[in-house]
Write a protein that binds this ligand. Structure first.
Ligand code: BGC
Length: 416
């Protein structure tokens, strides 16, 4: 119906479209959790791109960083027999929906555009199921970043920390200087995001063994106790009002200088840019001290659901638009992430974006690129949620570090 009106409207307005575009014009309903200022700015790049191709965007935003709430809303929609056209999704969630047989098939678009040759292998592992393309990756984010207010860093000695001890020293100085050293929002996924980096800072093998292989020995080790001790130390630098605070409000504290730094994925950069801030001048981006050379990644992909034939042309056009090289650059420059293709120039990216692209490529070659636990690329949702529960309970003081280690082992065992 909408499509017919659209096409009729275009004919009436004298637009002469090629048969492929005319056939593809239609509507996509898109479920996503990009509701912060920076996220919305990036989403607009995608909306505008599709609208320029005569595809109407039906927005279904579900607020909640990390996407937990969005995934609950999605389940309800699919159960009601009314799946959206495309859904922002992370890692193992995509594969879970594919296993349920709920997703469509993008092989024709992927073959025509050579996706196999340009999408990084690590992303293909989540974009394909049983050899079939099921989703279109829009970006690569990573979680082991720290975003520091430049003036606050200068006041704390001016040197970006490179080790855990240097990090603690800078946080102490910020405390002495009367600001909240660590801007943080008390939500389980945000604590898990810091945990990604803290575990990685204790060794790439340790991250892999504990978060990806879920090895009970690594999960129950002294090194894991050290990880929890570090989490407790970081907790001591957070203000009293952190509970429930959204991540972008914690970014705002750093942007305004009431907090010194935030440990968050590079979507945080989107907030700094949206506030008119410049890397190197207003803020500094570093890898979490001790994780230089390694990357915990997550990739937002648009999982394409099995929809009626009338909705497939617009769905395929959306997949194709997402993978277009120009779009990958334009979108990721705004979002804070890096392209999901290996053949994109870094010319339009700021220094943090250039570093992100370089770090990703190097980690890929060096075997130090790992899926983020916090953002669904290390283990399926059941295990991820079990880990979240323990990490957040410990951060909120319910467990000491030794108890947290025991609970972690039990939680993972129970979730498998
Ligand atoms: C997504 C990002 C998003 C962030 C906060 C992450 O899981 O990958 O795109 O900006 O959550 O909402």
């Amino acid at each position: 119906m909408v499509r017919n009106i659209l096409i009729a409207g275009m004919i009436a307005s004298g637009l002469t479209l090629g048969p492929r575009l005319a056939a593809a014009a239609g509507e996509v309903e898109v479920l996503h959790w990009w509701t912060s200022g920076g996220e919305a700015a990036a989403l607009n790049v995608l909306k505008d791109d599709l609208e320029s191709k005569s595809v109407t965007w039906q927005d279904m935003p579900v607020a909640g960083g990390g996407g937990t709430e969005a995934m609950t809303a999605l389940r309800a929609r699919v159960t009601a027999g009314n799946a959206p056209t495309a859904v922002q999704m992370l890692g193992f969630d995509i594969l879970d929906w594919a296993k349920e047989g709920a997703l469509g098939n993008l092989n024709a678009v992927a073959a025509e555009e050579g996706w196999d040759d340009v999408i990084p292998t690590a992303l293909q592992g989540f974009g394909k199921h049983d050899g079939n393309w099921i989703s279109a990756p829009v970006n690569v984010h990573s979680t082991n970043w720290v975003w520091i207010n430049k003036a606050a860093l200068d006041a704390a000695g001016g040197k970006a920390p490179e080790s855990w001890d240097e990090l603690v020293a800078v946080l102490d100085r910020m405390q002495e200087n009367g600001i909240t050293p660590l801007g943080h929002g008390g939500q389980a996924w945000q604590e898990a995001t810091i945990f990604d980096a803290v575990v990685l800072s204790l060794g790439t093998d340790f991250y892999k063994m504990s978060m990806i292989d879920l090895d009970p020995e690594a999960l129950g080790s002294e090194t894991m106790k050290e990880a929890f001790d570090r989490m407790a130390k970081l907790r001591s630098y957070v203000d009293d009002n952190f509970s429930g605070r959204d991540w972008n409000l914690a970014s705002a504290m750093v942007i305004e200088g009431t907090a010194g730094m935030q440990m968050m994925g590079d979507w945080a950069k989107g907030e700094f840019l949206n506030a008119g801030k410049t890397p190197g001048e207003d803020f500094v981006c570093i890898r979490f001290p001790g994780t230089q050379g390694a990357v915990t990644f997550n990739s937002d992909q648009f999982a394409m659901f099995a929809v009626g034939d009338d909705r497939i042309p617009a769905q395929h056009l959306m997949a194709s638009a997402i993978m277009a090289p120009k779009f990958q650059s334009a979108f990721n420059v705004v979002k804070g992430s890096v392209p999901a293709r290996t053949d994109i120039s870094d010319a339009d990216f700021d220094d943090c974006g250039k570093k992100g692209m370089k770090d990703l490529a190097e980690a890929n070659v060096n075997g130090t690129l790992f899926g983020s636990m916090a953002h669904g690329h290390a283990a399926p949702a059941g295990v991820k949620n079990a880990l979240y529960d323990v990490v957040t309970a410990h951060f909120n003081g319910a467990y000491d570090s030794s108890t947290a280690v025991e609970e972690l082992v039990n939680a993972v065992e129970g979730a498998m």
